[in-house]
Design a protein around this ligand. Structure first.
Ligand code: CMC
Length: 429
């Protein structure tokens, strides 16, 4: 296979190296292109741009493959837990027994946020979206750990990573309690990660939440399935911020903001809103599908389509099965699940969706499980953020550990006005 690509430009020829990844995907290395030719590349939305080399996650969108550190998502979903998978993503391999114990203990030791941070929750208006609170509070956490500031902190990375992974769940639960005017519930050190989150969300000072194992397992699976997804919008944002040597908490807070949008993590909330609307209108889904195909309607079939997957998203397949089993175990029948299945069936037969290779993505069924286990809709994207934290931390670590890491700074093709004189106010028309 060729190791060089040749570019012809203005009668000149340039040889560019071809980089090959461990799964044989090829990339033309254009890092010297501007130096050599004065020319840059243009790729709106980065659909053809590799922003980095990474060893964390592999996706083959054509074949519907997702692997964390080489391990297929299906195997992790069946055999692992969110915390073990978090270790795998951050440290590059499955932990031994003692390593897992140590990691787990560090998460427990760091589960409480600084007591003074509690006052910050008071400053938000009653209906503030928990994603806004989450991002603000993660960023504010930097102030409470002076060791985080300044130069990249390699020696303390393990502690900061554990702090962030553990406290994102505490902050998320506190945000929810605050948004509902409920008293804050402190974490219980005897509980495991996901059970502890459910406890902080749903216990009361006078009564502990009754923890059902199938609920904890379903939520743990949702966290695990969201744990990383290579260079998506939020992870690229984390890497972008980290590349300036901003601290881990600041980088992760930026990731939360990027995740919030309805085209990214916000889609899980948008899916339930869409299904509820269809249900309310008594539509069997056909009216909505017609609207989603009409570019002037401003509607899309939320939870469908993906920049990388041109096949069924493997996470969606796992979540769909988990959705059926969890609802059955909890003896819940949700009309929204029937609508979702009908929509999927109709879309997968419709030439519009078939031609564009639009399949259900991770968000299509995840909201239905979350509803079944009692997670309120406005918390769906927060759940995604908790799940994605190991991936953000792993990508931050890659930047921190790379001696050749440079600040991310894309270029642009300028299309604005050419040089203009400054016109004094009194002379302007
Ligand atoms: N419903 C209807 N049409 C769609 C949809 C959809 N959900 N998704 C894409 N299309 C059409 C789009 O209009 C375009 O048509 P045409 O070629 O005629 O102009 C074509 O399919 C390609 O779409 P695109 O917007 O160029 O694709 P993209 O790669 O820029 O966007 C996406 C990917 C995920 C933002 C998009 O598919 C979408 O908006 N989906 C709905 C939102 C959603 O479910 N997001 C969650 C993504 S998965 C979780 C995550 O990673 O955050």
């Amino acid at each position: 296979m060729s190791t060089k690509a040749t570019l012809e430009l203005d009668g000149k020829s340039y040889e560019l190296p071809v980089v090959v990844g461990s799964e044989h995907e090829k990339a033309v290395d254009i890092s010297q292109l501007r130096n050599l030719s004065g020319c840059i590349t243009l790729d709106d939305g980065y659909g053809n741009t590799g922003s980095c080399s990474s060893a964390v996650t592999f996706i083959d969108g054509e074949r519907g493959i997702l692997r964390y550190r080489g391990i297929p998502i299906e195997e992790l979903a069946e055999k692992s837990t969110f915390i073990e998978t978090a270790y795998l993503l951050i440290y590059g391999r499955l932990p031994g027994r003692a390593e897992l114990r140590r990691f787990s203990d560090m998460l427990t030791q760091n589960e409480m946020i600084h007591e003074d941070m509690k006052h910050h929750f008071e400053g938000f208006p009653p209906n503030a979206h928990p994603m806004a609170i989450l991002s603000a509070m993660i960023n504010a956490s930097s102030c409470f750990y002076p060791g985080l500031m300044g130069a990249v902190n390699r020696e303390r990375f393990d502690v900061h990573a554990a702090r962030l992974l553990s406290q994102v769940r505490t902050i998320a639960a506190f945000s929810y309690r605050k948004s509902r005017g409920l008293p804050i519930i402190y974490p219980k050190p005897t509980y495991k990660y996901t059970a502890n989150f459910l406890h902080m969300m749903f216990s009361n000072p006078f009564e502990d939440y009754e923890l059902k194992p199938e609920v904890a397992r379903a939520l743990d699976l949702i966290f695990l399935l969201h744990a990383d997804h290579e260079q998506n919008c939020s992870t690229s944002t984390v890497r972008m911020v980290a590349s300036s040597q901003a601290n881990l908490f600041a980088s992760a807070a930026a990731g939360v903001c990027a995740l919030w949008g309805p085209l990214h993590g916000g889609a899980n909330q948008a899916v339930i809103e869409m299904l509820t609307q269809i249900h309310k209108e008594g539509d069997d889904g056909s009216k909505f599908i017609a609207a989603a195909k009409d570019k002037n309607s401003g509607k899309r079939l939320m939870g469908f389509g993906h920049r990388v997957y041109k096949n069924y998203d493997p996470r969606a397949r796992i979540i769909k099965a988990a959705c059926d089993s969890t609802l059955k175990a909890l003896r819940i029948s949700d009309p929204l699940l029937d609508i979702a299945k009908k929509l999927e069936e109709a879309a997968l037969k419709d030439s519009y969706f078939v031609e564009r290779k639009l399949y259900p993505n991770v968000d299509f069924y995840s909201g239905i499980i979350m509803r079944a286990i009692g997670i309120p809709t406005e918390m769906f994207t927060v759940i995604f953020a908790i799940g994605r934290m190991p991936g953000w931390i792993a990508n931050f670590k890659e930047i921190m550990d790379d001696p050749k890491s440079r600040i991310y700074r894309p270029r642009q093709v300028y299309i604005g006005a050419t040089q203009n004189p400054y016109v004094p106010l009194e002379e302007r028309k």
